[in-house]
Design a protein around this ligand. Structure first.
Ligand code: NAD
Length: 524
């Protein structure tokens, strides 16, 4: 599990220092973060599912060992919820929605409860960040100051919307009759929310906060391999005052449990974040009762660096865009296109950064990049890298999994990757980037838009007008100019093309949990 913590549930030797990517023998300076007793106790304890009003042992089969990807050792064991328990959760959510124990509360009350959730996340931030690090392979500081803090902010942001939800009135034009027209936004009902493993807490917050602000009842299904912080969040919601039965948290496998929930006739809405393949499958699963469906899917996001960019900043930004969280980020900048005049410098700069990054467990403050989430994911990353090599792309840095414990994969940079190669077209979801030159802005746009995905992009230039002009032509749900990957709750995010349906964040992110109702009252 960690360098510092000792726990009966985490046997086995540990790597004692981060692995270096180059020969510069920088000493490890800091002592590893010591995992709190609260987190150790939690890991060693029983992990129950929240099914309606009850915490129950998952009855869906053998308990799943939860692994620390930094060393491959088990840190906990979580039994999956059964399909019957999923039915119970749906029934509880439906009952809670119908008796209006949450949706019928005043907006001010809902706001206070969601603000309280944010406070509780901050109160327990250390434990939550430790769990994200131990289970998700994240750097502890990034988990604490980034994802956990952002999860709290998400509840705070949507708490604000509770008292500000807009409706509208109209004077209808019915000849000879007077009407008062009213347009109301109402909660969609029971929402199933399915999230992936790359941001277990923050993705759960992005789903639950807007849905609860809208007044929905929710069933959250975390990824089978990272259920710990989602279950923890379930406890915090109850402590904050979300009524029992309104939220269930069901750990378990996607293919069985997730599909069962997505097909359930008493569910009104499915909000999904994950791969494009599973997203497409959900179209069929949601069809039976025409569930509302929002999909946050994969990406292959381009990074365009123009010759007039502040190059050190652009190179550092492009490196961060692909190597943060070991590239396991939906908006990862996995295709860099650099103007011919700066192409060499960009390629060398990225390769140098890649070789210099320290890989190591997230609890070690000297680590600059953590492991991939699992052995099988590392295999799939390496498979794509090998396809790049065999199809003729040139490896400039990385490219071989690291030996030893844990699922570490080095930051990897390719040059000369052709447009048709798998490594250019397919989402790797790892620290792997292709770098290619362009001659004109038109060519840069053509290359950038030549993808089935359209989630995110960034443009690096000293000319803001050029930046805006380029942004308008990119087929992408979000575009950053002179930055990449900055999350902002007021800015909707979601996919063009096969990167998804609908938007999260902002008012759009709330509207996906709403139905619109028109009421016409005759006044004469
Ligand atoms: P995944 O699609 O395999 O799984 C995502 C979730 O869906 C998990 O909870 C899983 O258990 C569940 N699931 C799997 N099969 C299912 C099925 N048939 N029916 C219902 N649920 C099912 O994705 P992953 O490997 O966990 O995550 C990585 C993917 O997620 C990448 O493609 C990444 O780009 C994407 N992602 C997108 C965003 C975004 O906002 N667009 C954010 C993060 C991750």
């Amino acid at each position: 599990m960690t360098l510092a913590a000792s726990s009966p549930s985490t046997p086995g030797a540990r790597a004692s220092r981060p692995r270096k990517q180059d020969d510069s023998d920088r000493p490890a300076m800091n002592t590893p973060h010591k995992v709190s007793q609260a987190a150790l106790d939690l890991l060693a304890g029983e992990h129950r599912a929240l099914v309606g009003e009850d915490w129950v042992a998952g009855a869906g089969g053998e308990a799943k060992p939860i692994i620390d990807p930094a060393d491959g050792n088990p840190i906990a064991s979580v039994p999956p919820a059964s399909l019957e328990q999923a039915d119970d959760a749906v029934a509880a959510a439906r009952a809670a929605f119908l008796d209006r124990r949450w949706s019928g509360q005043t907006p001010a009350h809902k706001q206070r409860v969601l603000l309280h959730v944010a406070e509780l996340i901050e109160r327990d931030a250390q434990t939550l960040a430790e769990l994200e690090t131990l289970n998700g392979g994240k750097l502890y500081a990034a988990a604490l100051h980034g994802e956990v803090a952002h999860a709290a902010e998400t509840f705070r942001y949507y708490a604000g919307w509770c008292t500000k939800l807009p409706g509208a009135t109209f004077d209808p034009s019915v000849p000879g009759q007077r009407f008062h027209g009213l347009i109301r936004n109402e909660p969609v009902g029971v929402a199933v929310q399915i999230v992936p493993w790359n941001g277990p807490l923050v993705m759960a917050a992005w789903k639950l906060a807007p849905a609860l602000a809208a007044g929905c009842s929710c069933i959250l299904k975390p990824a089978e391999i990272t259920p710990l912080t989602a279950l923890y969040l379930g406890r915090l919601l109850l402590e904050a005052g979300v009524p029992e039965g309104v939220v269930s948290v069901l750990p378990g496998p996607g293919g069985r449990l997730g599909q069962h929930l997505a097909r359930h006739p008493e569910v009104n809405k499915v909000a999904f974040t994950g791969s494009t393949e599973v997203g497409k499958q959900l179209l069929a699963d949601a069809r039976g009762n025409l569930k509302r469906l929002s999909l946050e899917l994969g990406g292959k996001s381009p990074v365009l660096i123009f010759g007039d960019a502040d190059l050190p900043r652009a190179i550092a930004g492009a490196a961060d865009a692909i190597f943060a969280n070991a590239g396991q980020v939906c908006v990862a900048g996995s295709r860099v296109y650099a103007e011919q005049s700066v192409y060499r410098e960009v390629l060398d700069g990225l390769a140098e950064t890649a070789r210099g990054l320290r890989l190591g467990p997230g609890l070690d403050p000297d680590s600059e990049m953590g492991p991939l989430i699992s052995a099988s994911h590392r295999d799939s990353v390496h498979d794509l890298v090998q396809s790049g090599v065999s199809e003729g792309a040139r490896l400039v840095a990385g490219g071989e999994p690291l030996a030893g414990q844990g699922y570490f994969y080095p930051p990897t940079v390719f040059a000369d990757a052709g447009e048709e190669m798998r490594i250019t077209r397919e989402e790797v979801f790892g620290p792997v980037v292709t770098v290619a030159p362009f001659d004109t802005a038109e060519e840069a746009l053509r290359l950038a838009n030549q993808s089935r995905y359209g989630l995110a992009a960034s443009i690096w230039t000293g000319d803001l007008a050029r930046g805006h002009e380029t942004a308008e032509s990119l087929e992408s749900g979000i575009v950053w100019i002179n930055s990449h990957g900055i999350p902002e709750l007021s800015m909707p995010i979601g996919g063009y093309k096969q990167s998804g349906w609908g938007r999260e964040h902002g008012l759009e992110g709330l509207n996906i949990y709403m139905e619109t109702k028109s009421i016409m009252a005759r006044m004469d």
